[in-house]
Write a protein that binds this ligand. Structure first.
Ligand SMILES: Nc1ncnc2c1ncn2[C@@H]1O[C@H](COP(=O)(O)OP(=O)(O)OP(=O)(O)O)[C@@H](O)[C@H]1O
Ligand SMILES: CC(=O)N[C@H]1[C@@H]2OC[C@@H](O2)[C@@H](O)[C@@H]1O[C@H](C)C(=O)O
Length: 394
């Protein structure tokens, strides 16, 4: 991989994503300049716009395997695109208009590829993000890049994680080695050695496994849907983890699979939680202990993956995503990784809540400039690719 520097005029770009938590559309209005090594961003506005409860339920049902007709699927695709276009309109209020949108859309299905090392029946991956770019472009009048994962998947990659190339150019440091750890519904990491020499070729990235997905589902289960998550991890903090269960759960095949690898709610979803609840029955855990144990699984799977798959331990872990607001989880991760400083990306100047939305703004900007968006070491693709379809407007 080689990297470019480019003289550019700052471009105003909107990044949009709804992640695996399906908690709403993250929108970031960003001013971007430079190419790769000289990439610069300035976040002008960031907001999360909740889906209507009906739309959220439909997305979770379809993502969870509910059979729908093709007409219903098309209707859902359009409804998501309309919600994304509304988010793009709202985030610009009080600001100069953007000239480009990068929209990740809503993942409703993700199947990693089957590689020759795993089976002789090779199979390309499949990843479906709803919320067509064409509808967003027509409604907003702004050229829209979408469908980011397909080009990487079509040549054998996982199509994820895609934020890693952006992490590399926005969050590398000349002295400290860093792990950028997103804790959304699913967790992912980008390992970045200190800048210099052949640092780019040493970057590694993969999906670490569950982020908040099992925790959120457990909270909903324990409160009969009255609560959707454990704020700041307060409930879990009042419990005690059951280490025998954590040890048993860490035997999950996914945690032992070498990177590149990706996953989703298809694995770490409702069926998985039900199995965890069944495994927990003999221990008669109270709700707080159960949440503490599931939190421990998230942090232990992250720490285990660093110890197993990183070429070298970094000096810092920079957390981002909603899980970075879970103080108990952060504290537990620090205990498991005592030699590293566990911080958030906010502490190095990049908003931890909107990093993914910012990343898709940058990916759209690179697409427009003709620069690649994937990192083969992260996705397993054999080469760098231009990512996303451009839907021009006007
Ligand atoms: N203050 C908080 N305390 C504890 N947990 C929080 C807090 N704020 C957010 N979260 C957790 O973060 C989750 C949302 O995280 P985020 O928006 O990063 O996920 P996502 O982007 O949908 O997922 P992914 O990165 O997998 O696509 C919530 O569902 C909740 O579990
Ligand atoms: C298929 C899909 O949407 N995957 C997400 C998901 O959420 C976290 C993890 O799993 C991740 O790697 C990926 O998203 C981020 C934005 C990425 O591609 O970098």
């Amino acid at each position: 991989m080689y990297a470019t520097e480019t003289v550019t005029v700052p471009t105003r770009v909107i990044g949009l994503i709804s992640g695996t938590s399906v908690d709403g559309i993250d929108a970031a209005l960003v001013e971007i300049s430079g190419g790769e090594l000289d990439l610069k961003i300035s976040l002008l506005a960031g907001e999360t716009y909740a889906y209507t409860p009906a739309l959220r339920k439909k997305i979770l049902d379809v993502g969870g395997g509910l059979a729908v007709s093709m007409a219903e699927l098309a209707e859902l695709d359009d409804a998501i695109a309309i919600a994304f276009a509304e988010a793009a309109e709202k985030i610009q209020i009080g600001h100069q208009s953007a000239t480009l949108i990068g929209s990740h859309g809503q993942t409703v299905y993700h199947r990693p590829p089957v590689s020759p090392e795993i089976s002789n029946k090779i199979q390309l991956g499949y990843s479906l993000q709803l919320g067509r770019g064409a509808v967003i472009a027509h409604l907003t009048g702004i050229s829209t890049v979408s469908n980011f994962r397909v080009a990487d998947i079509n040549i054998g990659g996982h199509g994820a994680p895609l934020v890693s190339r952006v992490d590399a150019f926005l969050l590398s440091d000349s002295v400290e080695g860093r792990c950028i750890q997103n804790i959304g519904g699913i967790g992912n990491v980008t390992y970045i050695p200190p800048r210099g020499g052949d640092w780019l070729s040493k970057i590694r990235a993969w999906d670490t496994g569950p982020g908040n997905s099992l925790l959120d589902l457990a909270v909903q289960h324990l409160t009969d849907g009255a609560k959707s998550y454990d704020q700041n991890g307060n409930w879990a903090a009042s419990g005690v983890p059951c280490y025998s269960l954590v040890k048993q759960w860490l035997q999950e095949d996914y945690f032992h699979l070498p990177p590149p690898k990706s996953t989703g709610r298809e694995l770490f979803g409702m069926t998985y939680l039900h199995q965890c609840l069944k495994d927990a029955e003999p221990y008669q855990l109270n709700p707080a202990d159960l949440l503490a144990t599931l939190t421990e699984l998230t942090v232990a799977s992250i720490a285990h993956s660093y110890q197993t798959f990183l070429p070298q331990m970094p000096q810092q872990v920079l957390l981002c995503g909603g899980g970075s607001r879970n103080l108990y989880l952060k504290q537990r991760l620090q205990l498991l990784l005592p030699s590293l400083a566990v911080l958030t990306t906010d502490e190095v100047g990049l908003n931890a809540d909107f990093k993914e939305a910012i990343a898709f703004a940058v990916l759209a900007y690179w697409r427009q400039m003709g620069l690649p968006g994937n990192l083969p070491a992260a996705t397993g693709a054999p080469s760098e690719m231009l990512l996303g379809d451009i839907q021009k407007c006007g």
